[in-house]
Design a protein around this ligand. Structure first.
Ligand code: NCD
Length: 303
């Protein structure tokens, strides 16, 4: 029997496998075929989501699969006290793959330990968001023409932001990536990621000054101040600390790009959307073919 395939953290990916995902996503952008006809995707979102849930579900439908699930955990037996483990065990008998978003760090790992079908981590609290990081890099590759030899600057809420953690983990596998982390001291990226980067031999700098790095970076990765994880005091002090305005964006290299996993609140001025450097809506659109490729992978359409 084939080994069950899960997507839990970005550390598990290899560069060769990511290239296969990108190639399949390129093919799917041209044409979707019913490669998953007859399959059932369980789309289980215990936390709010717009893009992640809907792009997984749209990908499932594009590939001919059908979707069950929930977008609001308050309608499920979790409110009656059911454990995640029991829910997962039951879903294993109903569907072919579980796409799971959950507020607890490690939830996808716990689910994968119980499930008898593949589990895809669609965000586990402040842990990881591995599928996001795959199409973040796919978007970088489309824009810069390469997946290595570039300088990326992560901005804002680096402590709690799972998409940053996953992209840092993923980029740690590529040569000649330079990273700058711009944040207030209390929102710096956590020590485990810094240790990982040191192990991988990746150069990184931490600073509170956004302007000083704008002229040398190839990718600016902006983040939302997440009221749900910050203390009220942190939120009110820090929410508008780093706003990308046209004046700041004009200091970037002509070919440099701005990414943001979205949703945005205030941190990118609306007028920046007109800039050729604004790639965040393309990035969001890339979620569809990449997640389609990932559903195919865990369900054995390609190896
Ligand atoms: C992010 C998330 O949920 O981690 N959004 C997303 O999936 N594109 C970022 C956020 O919550 O702000």
């Amino acid at each position: 029997m084939q080994e069950r395939k899960n997507i839990i953290t970005a550390e598990q990916f290899t560069r060769a496998w990511l290239e296969q995902v990108f190639q399949r996503a390129d093919e799917l952008q041209q044409q979707y075929q019913p490669t998953l006809a007859g399959k059932i995707i369980a789309s289980c979102f215990f936390e709010p989501s717009t893009r992640t849930r809907l792009s997984f579900e749209a990908a499932a439908y594009r590939l001919g699969a059908q979707v069950i699930g929930f977008a609001d955990a308050s309608t499920t037996s979790t409110t009656k006290g059911e454990t995640l483990e029991d829910t997962i065990q039951v879903l294993s008998s109903l569907a072919d793959v579980i796409v799971l978003r959950h507020p607890a760090v490690g939830a996808a790992n716990r689910a994968a330990a119980i499930a008898t079908i593949p589990v895809i981590n669609a965000g586990d609290g402040t842990g990881q968001h591995p599928t996001q990081s795959i199409f973040d890099l796919y978007t970088i590759k489309q824009a810069l023409g390469r997946t290595d030899h570039f300088h990326i600057t992560f901005v804002g809420n680096l402590k709690y932001y799972r998409a940053v953690r996953s992209l840092v983990a993923l980029l740690g596998k590529y040569p000649n990536i330079t990273m700058t982390f711009v944040s207030a001291p209390e929102l710096r990226i956590k020590d485990d990621m810094k240790q990982y980067l040191s192990q991988q031999g990746i150069q990184f700098t931490e600073t509170a000054d956004l302007a000083e790095t704008l002229g040398v970076t190839d990718v600016v990765y902006q983040t939302r101040m997440q009221q749900e994880w910050l203390t009220p005091d942190e939120y009110s002090r820090l929410k508008d600390q780093y706003i990308l305005t046209t004046a700041l964006v004009d200091q970037m290299k002509p070919q440099a790009i701005i990414l943001h996993p979205l949703p945005r609140v205030n941190e990118i001025a609306l007028e920046v959307d007109q800039s050729p450097r604004a790639h965040y809506f393309k990035q969001a659109a890339n979620g569809l073919p990449v997640r389609a490729a990932l559903l195919e992978y865990v369900l054995g359409v390609w190896q």
